[in-house]
Design a protein around this ligand. Structure first.
Ligand code: SUD
Ligand code: ADP
Length: 283
C-alpha cells in the first residue's frame, strides 16, 4: 500500500518584521496562503526508514522529511519504518516553504500510515522543532502568523490565481535575517486591518529591499513583473516573486514570455490545504 500525498507551496502575501528576540529570532507578522501546486510524497510502510528525494543535494539524514519521521519515532516510540519518495517541484530556498511543507506532509502521512492518532496540535508542536513554517502546513489553512511565525490565526482570504517566478537563485533565510540593513521596527497591525487591506498590494515585505540588493536576479524578476503585470511581490525571504493574475490563461501567456533563465508556474490559492482534502477523502 502506497499513500500518495501533496505538499503544497505557500505564499507570504505580506511580511513585516516587528522586532528581534534576545535569541536572535525575529518577531514577525505575515499572511500565509496555500497553493494548489507543490511537491508530492509517496509513503510506503517498511521495516526501516529511507527517504529518496531526487534533485535535492545533501545527505538523506538532513532532509526535513527524514527528520520529521525520526521526530515522530522518538516522540511515540514506534519502531515502524517507511520508504518515502519525494517528487520535488518547489525550488529549495525559494520562499515557497517546500521543505517545511514536505516535513508537514511526512508528519501527517506517517501519523496516518503508522496509526499513531496524534492530534494536529501535537503534530504542529513537533513541526515547530523542524522550522518556523512547518505548523501552518500541519494546520492546513490560510493563516495570519505572529511571534516567530508560530502563533497562527486561521483566516479566509479570497482565492486567486497567481503567477510565481523562480529567478534561479538560492536565498538563505538566515542571510536575509542577518543583514544589517533589514528594518526590524514595523509597527504591529491587527488581523482585521490585514484582512481589510488587500495585503499583496497594500502591505509590503520588509525582506524585499534586502533580497533585491543582495540578489540581482530577484531585483530583475520583480522588475519584470512590475513591467508586465503592474505589481510584484517577493514571498518570504525569497527568492520567488509573484503577482495575481485574472485567470490561468492570463498567467500561462505571461509565463510563455518569461526569460528562459527563469522558471515559474501558475496556480490558484486555496484556504484549505490540498493535503487535508486528500487525507479527508481517504478517510
Ligand atoms: C520568514 C519566513 C516566512 O515564511 O521565511 P521563508 O523561509 O518562508 O522564506 C519563515 O517564517 C522562515 O521559516 P523557516 O524557513 O522554517 O525558518 P527556520 O528554519 O525556522 O529558520 C532559519 C533561520 O532564519 C532565522 N529566523 C527564522 C525565523 C524567524 N522568525 N526569525 C529568524 O531570525 C534564524 O536565523 C534561523 O536560523
Ligand atoms: N525536503 C526538502 N525540500 C527542500 N528543502 C529541504 C528539504 N529538506 C531539507 N531542506 C533544506 O531546507 C532549506 C530550504 O527549505 P525550503 O522550505 O525549500 O525553502 P524556503 O524556506 O526558502 O521556502 C534548504 O537549505 C534545503 O537544503
Amino acid at each position: 500500500m502506497t499513500l500518495t500525498l501533496p505538499a503544497p507551496a505557500k505564499l507570504n502575501l505580506f511580511l513585516h518584521i516587528n522586532g528581534r528576540r534576545d535569541d536572535g529570532y525575529h518577531l514577525l507578522q505575515t499572511l500565509f496562503v496555500l497553493l494548489e501546486h507543490g511537491d508530492t510524497l509517496h509513503l510506503q510502510p517498511a521495516n526501516d526508514l529511507q527517504v529518496h528525494c531526487p534533485g535535492l543535494p545533501g545527505a538523506m539524514t538532513d532532509n526535513l522529511v527524514y527528520r520529521a519521521a525520526k521526530l515522530l519515532q522518538a516522540h511515540t516510540g514506534t519502531r515502524q519504518g517507511a520508504h518515502i519518495y519525494v517528487t520535488k517541484r518547489l525550488p529549495a530556498g525559494g520562499g515557497l516553504g517546500g521543505g517545511s511543507s514536505d516535513a508537514a506532509t511526512a508528519l501527517l502521512g506517517l501519523n496516518r500510515l503508522w496509526e499513531l492518532g496524534l492530534s494536529l496540535d501535537t503534530l504542529a508542536q513537533l513541526g515547530l522543532e523542524l522550522g518556523a513554517d512547518v505548523p501552518v502546513f500541519v494546520r492546513g489553512h490560510s493563516a495570519f502568523a505572529e511571534g516567530v511565525g508560530e502563533q497562527l490565526t486561521s483566516v479566509d482570504v479570497p482565492e486567486q490565481w497567481y503567477l510565481v517566478v523562480f529567478p534561479g537563485v538560492f536565498v538563505s533565510t538566515q542571510e536575509i535575517f542577518c543583514d544589517r540593513e533589514l528594518t526590524r521596527n514595523t509597527p504591529p497591525i491587527t488581523v482585521q486591518a490585514v484582512l481589510g487591506a488587500a495585503p499583496e498590494t497594500q502591505l509590503g515585505n520588509d525582506c524585499e529591499p534586502v533580497a533585491r540588493r543582495l540578489f540581482a536576479e530577484v531585483d530583475e524578476a520583480l522588475g519584470w513583473l512590475e513591467r508586465h503585470v503592474g505589481t510584484g511581490r517577493m514571498t518570504g525571504t525569497g527568492a520567488c516573486v509573484y503577482a495575481t493574475v485574472a485567470n490561468w490563461q492570463k498567467g500561462a501567456k505571461l509565463l510563455a514570455h518569461l526569460p528562459p533563465r527563469w522558471s515559474g508556474f501558475v496556480a490558484r490559492s486555496c484556504n484549505t490545504s490540498p493535503l487535508h482534502r486528500v487525507l479527508e477523502d481517504k478517510g
